[in-house]
Write a protein that binds this ligand. Structure first.
Ligand SMILES: [Zn+2]
Ligand SMILES: [Zn+2]
Length: 230
């Protein structure tokens, strides 16, 4: 449990690496590289042994997402750090995670970065959208424009919802912000940023919405992947 005092202190005080204690980063470059090296870059759909974060040849025809870049599993230390970003107002981790994600991505040009927006209800509680913040830093690091392409209609949020409920919510809530903005992705490599990949419903929905606009390729970029057997 984090006390209010600890939370306030962590926002004001300079952060140190949660793993090794190195100063100035919540996750230093060295520990981020270790986390990335421990993650198995298998096919994100079926788990077939692979490298390079891409869907395998058998899954690729069924997936609009070409690759899913993941820093690590939703487990220590990333579950704690993502929690700090999402629920404790600690924005610093978005910057650190973006550097680490830029290191594992091989950005193809022309690239466009966008993100899966959080719910309006969460925005009101926390005053920022963690995925938008992450995407802003990530776009800067890979040298690509950030274009907000999606919006959520409705106020439900996904904590505690089961897989079927999440899929249904993601289907109906995520929409294109504007058709004219989406036209900018024609011929581009699109990187859709989100904090955590759980069922893949939100990213899948966003990718499907963009597929009609002739992108060269659509990829997902997330801090952590939650493995569930449901
Ligand atoms: Zn470290
Ligand atoms: Zn596969």
């Amino acid at each position: 449990m984090t006390s209010i005092l600890e939370t306030i202190t962590s926002i004001i005080a300079p952060h140190s690496c949660f793993v090794c204690g190195d100063e100035n980063n919540m996750l230093c470059k060295k520990c981020a590289a270790v986390a990335a090296s421990l993650y198995k870059q298998n096919c994100f759909m079926c788990g077939l042994a692979r490298s390079g974060y891409a869907a395998c040849e058998l899954c690729a025809p069924r997936s609009v997402l070409k690759s899913l870049y993941v820093l690590g599993l939703y487990a220590p230390p990333l579950d704690y750090l993502v929690g700090q970003l999402k629920y404790q107002g600690v924005r610093q981790f978005a910057a650190d995670a973006a550097v680490a994600l830029a290191d594992i991505t091989i950005p193809a040009k022309p690239a466009i970065v966008t993100y899966v927006p959080t719910s309006a209800r969460r925005m009101r509680v926390r005053s920022y959208d963690q995925a938008a913040l992450l995407a802003k830093h990530y776009a800067k690091h890979i040298g690509a424009p950030l274009i907000p392409l999606f919006e959520r209609r409705g106020n439900q949020h996904q904590v505690g919802a089961d897989r079927a409920a999440r899929l249904a919510q993601a289907e109906t809530m995520l929409q294109l912000r504007s058709v004219s903005a989406a036209k900018a992705i024609a011929g581009a490599h699109v990187y859709i940023v989100d904090d955590v990949y759980t069922t893949g419903a939100s990213l899948g929905r966003c990718a499907a919405l963009l597929d009609h606009f002739d992108p060269k390729q659509i990829n997902g970029v997330v801090i952590a992947r939650q493995m569930n057997n449901s």
